[in-house]
Design a protein around this ligand. Structure first.
Ligand code: SF4
Length: 403
């Protein structure tokens, strides 16, 4: 039994059909269940409860055992002075309020449906990667789509948070922040941080000045990354030494880059070449992203030629992870909802990603139709399934509340 299950039962109004009494036999009528409080303080705020003949307005606190009130020292905490009802799974000890009177207590032990507890225990205790794997039931399409839309917004906001941090660091310089954000993405999970350090060490203005000379852009990036092989690439090294002096570029130590956990196609040397090609082919990228009219134009911005050409799939991943969150955040911060809508419609036009998580959900009848849905499923996996947050997951609620 976990306290979160009690919160879920109360929030879902699962006690509505029961006649409720305090442990002292007084009838309880729930008028307003209160607002769930995830912060410090009582679990539900601003409830209205009739106990005996008196209606009370105040807060509710929940525990597995009533004695936890004393263990947590709520009797000495002013934040709990206005608790009107103590809801517990098992009443093992009477608890007094600050006036020395017994706190009205509702015990749930005999009221909970055994099937609900059984299913919840199963979700928490089985060893499957996705806890609901064997009992998953696809909810109706309206509910499913609503849940996927909510997950997508959560994911976008999560990506936007990092861009927002960069904006704070760069004093709200969108172009510079977007450059750092894009660089970070090029590093993928393994080399995100060194890629960001690399971009920080090369001013955008220096890259812009040499935009017409791709070999100089590459020299600046590879040299500052500390990844030029002097014996095999003497010309690149010579170019770098000239530019290093001109722009006071400080090279990173080679050891910050990770090669061992990376596939050759994603080695930092390969990704830096692709990043260099992107910088060569585009300037003022952020401003251009904000102005595109459709997703084809957006893809076009990232289409680079030559040996470092990005595949269409790679471009789509860049859009999902950089320009679409940037569009969304810019729309939000500048109060331009049309840009947020554009971001959402663009992501719906991109292909769903293909990986083990997406394939798993397809095997359960939930085939991602586009990148908006695959991103939603990745969010579900990362922030709900792996943390067993089944009570806050709409699929989990569907399993628990239906026979
Ligand atoms: S979080 Fe949701 S989808 Fe994930 S295992 Fe729990 S119930 Fe299933």
């Amino acid at each position: 039994m976990k306290e979160e299950l009690l919160h879920f039962i109360w929030q879902s109004k699962l006690l509505a059909g029961n006649k409720l009494f305090t442990t002292n036999g007084e009838p309880i009528q729930i008028i307003k269940q209160g607002i769930y409080n995830k912060d410090a303080g009582p679990d539900f705020l601003n409830a209205r409860i009739k106990i005996g003949g008196t209606e009370w307005a105040g807060n509710l606190e929940m525990h597995i055992h009533s004695s936890e009130w004393l263990q947590h020292r709520h009797q000495n905490d002013r934040a709990y002075d206005n608790v009107i009802l103590h809801v517990v799974y098992h009443h093992d000890k009477p608890v007094l309020n600050k006036h020395g009177q017994e706190l009205p207590t509702l015990e749930l032990k005999e009221l909970l449906q055994p099937a609900l507890i059984r299913k919840y225990t199963y979700l928490l205790q089985n060893k499957h990667t996705i806890a609901c794997e064997t009992i998953f039931r696809l909810p109706d399409p309206v509910k499913t789509n609503l849940w996927l839309s909510r997950l997508l917004i959560e994911r976008l906001e999560h990506k936007c948070n990092y861009l927002n941090d960069l904006l704070i660091r760069t004093n709200q310089n969108w172009e510079q922040s977007f450059y750092l954000f894009t660089a970070r993405y090029f590093g993928m999970k393994t080399n995100a941080q060194p890629f960001e350090w690399l971009a920080e060490r090369i001013p955008l203005i220096a890259l812009a000045k040499h935009k017409e000379r791709p070999e100089q852009i590459l020299a600046m990036l590879m040299g500052t990354a500390g990844l030029i092989d002097e014996t095999k690439q003497p010309d690149l090294q010579a170019e770098f030494l000239f530019l290093q002096h001109k722009y006071h570029l400080e090279a990173l130590p080679r050891h910050v880059w990770k090669f061992s956990q990376t596939r050759p196609a994603n080695f930092p040397t390969v990704r830096i070449k692709q990043f260099a090609a992107l910088i060569h082919e585009s300037s003022h990228l952020f401003s251009k992203v904000m102005q595109v009219r459709d997703v084809c134009e957006l893809e076009e911005l990232y289409t680079v030629t030559g040996e470092s050409k990005l595949s269409r799939q790679s471009i789509q991943l860049i859009l999902i992870n950089t320009s679409i969150p940037a569009l969304f955040l810019y729309g939000k911060k500048m109060n331009k909802p049309e840009l947020c809508e554009k971001a959402l419609s663009f992501i719906e036009e991109l292909n769903a990603e293909q990986n083990a998580t997406i394939r798993f959900w397809a095997s359960k009848g939930l085939k991602a139709q586009n990148a908006a849905q695959s991103q939603a499923l990745l969010q579900l996996n990362q922030y709900y399934c792996t943390q067993l947050a089944c009570l806050t997951c709409m699929f989990g609620q569907n399993i628990l509340l239906n026979e």
